[in-house]
Ligand binder design. Structure first.
Ligand code: CA
Length: 742
């Protein structure tokens, strides 16, 4: 069939209108779900980072500190402070700002204690600032080798530090867990938590429970087996490890997970690619301690490879992929699990932030876990036993499942099983970016609402074509998909439609009434994490450069400040000498700035300014002026490759290059845009980079283990050809109106 019809058939969601009008509900219904406000802890005599302990983290305290990335152990991203409130938030201004290095994604919420602010950033760097003046107190650079970038799916990001009894804990992109002295940033100990020969990475924040630092890892796109490990907070000595999927060799790990994994092994096939890949199930973000029940909840990631038929021969639920698992923190012993996405086939991680709350359901106070994983459903789970209370779609258009049955299992759409054998294609909604990714939600016990930074975007899941998609390769993504089949067609109208259909929303969800209370629609996905306060405020930065506040109960917009760059991270709030501050980072990055290419649309045009910004009422500081941006000029050599070279180059580019340099050779602005590479016209120089690794110290390693020199040249011919099409067709269509992007 003609190319346009072919892609219309594959992108049916493009035509769908995604956003419903914001609905409202009455205040009494919302109040029904309200838990009593947390009581401030007694407060030990210690000062600064030394005072952070279990008592402080149980409640987060009175709001003067922001002692953990999620505020308290409950990780509600909610502050009891009211000095800044819905009556005066419009008077917020900038108190200070501090420019940070590395124009990559900043995903960490700062931790603030007694007027010292701890911020982590790209390449696992950490800074301490005076929280009032912005004076830099110290910085720490773990000197992560840049070559590690090729083993990180989603940018060189870091989602924050943990502070405990005078130490700052950090996980590094190359798998180390490091303890720093909070007073001067000097390293106290460091331990390697992963096998450095395997493509593991750490981007998540450590959590500290009972003098143990708990850390997970990522890497399921490349081929690893997930686990979390507990280390002694004073010495760094390992205490226990909990593997989230069975050992493919069948051997015991001699870890506390052995007992349950013996049972879980029955949910995996006897053969399949998991035997080589390790199965995935990495715990790369949510690790949440429940101080009321003394349980540790792990949000477990996707399968490796993604493709269920390849991974597990299409057999079994594959525990504990896509699950929340509760374990005992002292021992690492299994307690319960709930699998949100059995048979994961779509990169539907359950690693998304977990919020603990007490809500009143049917007149009874219930200790619940609130979760909105990638798969598009918001779950209310009884955390005393892991039983599902409710599962409801929080975005429109979900097509992998039609809901959850009374047995707590999803009702699958058979068409969602794109085939390894039969070549079936599936356009999934949501896609692998998830209806919600790592961006922190907030829960306000006052409004009773859960605030979800949601994405509305699909993904064409192209079945594997040929051995390069089926067989694990030494380098790059090993997910069992043909990325070339899912690449955007060279059709300006289709590209504009894809951009227009890729949106976001801030969704205020009532977990008791099981419905949306209000919504802020956005033209792009990948908006920032949320912060709720007792001042009836909900703060969130947008992907396209505004920091905003809404009335937490109604969603009424109350404040918007242009901040030059995108906002990914969730804000924190704190007081010093009674004055309340709001702190957040700007930047562009993470997966949405890497893989989607032109679908990144307006987001691709937002400047990338890595910066910490702190606001207060009446703040008068100004941001430094934006540096002049260079106009993007495509001036490629004339296309000279054969049709076969260009077609082969598209397929190889899509498999090896697109996840970092963008679909259709279009960068989202974090990694270099290859269409503008000065090497395009020079075959020898191209080879020196792609095959010989001349730029390995910038993170661009040699691909000689997976590409022949002639394949590398095919990629060059494809990029030249794509750049010419973009210059001669796409950019003209873009200027002619509609759509957007680059
Ligand atoms: Ca993943």
């Amino acid at each position: 069939m003609p190319i346009k019809e072919k892609y219309m058939a594959r992108w049916p969601f493009l035509a769908a209108t995604m956003l419903a009008a914001a609905c409202t509900m009455n205040a009494a219904d919302r109040q029904a779900g309200v838990a009593p406000p947390a009581q401030p802890s007694a407060g030990p005599a210690l000062h600064g980072a030394a005072k952070v302990d279990a008592a402080l983290l149980a409640t987060g305290g009175d709001g003067s500190d922001w002692p953990a990335v999620g505020f308290s152990y409950l990780e509600q991203h909610y502050s009891p402070l009211t000095a800044i409130n819905d009556g005066n938030v419009s008077q917020l201004g900038i108190a200070w700002s501090a420019d940070l290095p590395d124009a990559r994604g900043i995903e960490a919420t700062p931790v603030v204690i007694d007027g010292v602010l701890y911020q982590s950033g790209p390449w696992s760097k950490v800074w301490a600032f005076d929280a009032v003046t912005g004076a830099k107190l110290w910085e720490f650079d773990p000197e992560v080798p840049k070559e590690k970038l090729v083993e990180a799916c989603c940018d060189a990001v870091n989602r924050g530090v943990a502070v405990w009894k005078g130490k700052v804990y950090l996980g590094t992109l190359d798998g180390r867990l490091i303890a720093l002295d909070a007073t001067d940033g000097k390293q106290l100990w460091s331990t390697q938590t992963v096998d450095p020969a395997k493509p593991y990475s750490i981007t998540g924040a450590p959590r500290v429970v009972k003098d143990m630092v708990i850390i997970g890892n990522g890497g399921a796109e490349f081929g690893v087996r997930g686990y979390v490990t507990a280390y002694d907070s004073t010495t760094g000595a390992k205490k226990w490890r909990f593997y989230t999927v069975p050992n493919p060799t069948g051997a015991a790990d001699n870890e506390p997970s052995d007992a349950i994994l013996k049972t879980a092994a029955a949910s995996w096939s006897s053969g399949g690619a998991w035997k080589q890949s390790g199965g995935g199930g990495t715990v790369w973000d949510a690790i949440v301690y429940d101080p009321e029940l003394d349980l540790l909840y792990l949000g477990v990631g996707n399968g490796s490879p993604w493709n269920y038929e390849l991974r597990s021969e299409g057999k079994g639920d594959n525990l504990f992929l896509g699950s929340v698992v509760a374990i005992r923190p002292e021992t690492g012993d299994y307690v319960w699990h709930y699998q949100e996405t059995p048979q994961d086939n779509w990169d539907f991680t359950s690693t998304q932030p977990i919020v603990l709350a007490t809500v009143t359901i049917g007149g009874q106070p219930r200790k619940v876990l609130l979760h909105a994983p990638k798969n598009g459903y918001v779950f209310v789970i009884d955390r005393t036993n892991g039983k599902l209370i409710s599962a409801d779609p929080f975005v429109e258009g979900i097509n992998w499942a039609s809901g959850y049955g009374p047995d707590g299992r999803p009702i699958f759409n058979p068409a969602a099983y794109y085939g390894a054998k039969d070549g079936k294609f599936f356009v999934g909604m949501p896609g692998a970016m998830g209806a919600h990714s790592w961006h922190p939600m907030a829960f306000s016990p006052k409004s009773g609402l859960l605030y979800i930074p949601a994405n509305l975007a699909g993904l064409p899941y192209g079945p594997p074509s040929g051995n390069k998609d089926r067989t694990a390769m030494a380098l790059g993504f090993n997910v069992g998909l043909d990325w070339g089949a899912g690449a955007l067609p060279r059709d300006p109208n289709m590209i504009k439609a894809a951009i227009a259909a890729t949106k976001g929303a801030l969704i205020a969800w009532d977990p008791v009434a099981r419905k949306e209370a209000w919504r802020i629609p956005y033209g792009t996905p990948w908006n920032g994490g949320a912060l709720a306060t007792a001042g009836n405020l909900l703060f969130q930065g947008s992907a396209v450069g505004n920091f905003q506040a809404f009335a937490a109960d109604t969603g009424k917009p109350l404040f918007s400040l242009p901040v030059q760059s995108g906002v990914l991270a969730a804000p924190a709030t704190y007081t010093v000498k009674g004055e309340q501050y709001i702190a957040f980072a700007t930047s562009r990055g993470g997966v949405f700035a890497l893989a989607p290419g032109k679908v990144g649309g307006a987001y691709n045009r937002v400047p990338n300014v890595p910066r910490l910004i702190v606001l207060k009422i009446g703040g008068k500081a100004q941001l430094p002026p934006l540096p002049a941006s260079e106009p993007m000029v495509l001036n490629p050599p004339r296309s000279s490759g054969t049709k076969a070279q260009i077609a082969s180059g598209l397929s190889l580019y899509s498999r090896y290059c697109s996840v970092c340099h963008g679909d259709s050779a279009t960068s989202g602005g974090v990694n270099p845009d290859l269409r503008m590479s000065g090497l395009l016209g020079d075959a020898a120089a191209w080879k020196s980079v792609v095959i010989d690794g001349a730029l390995r110290e910038n993170g661009m390693v040699s691909f000689a283990s997976v590409l022949s020199p002639s394949e590398a040249q095919s990629i060059r011919h494809y990029v030249i050809d794509q750049a010419n099409w973009d210059k001669n067709v796409w950019q003209k269509a873009e200027r002619a109106g509609g759509g957007g992007g680059n």
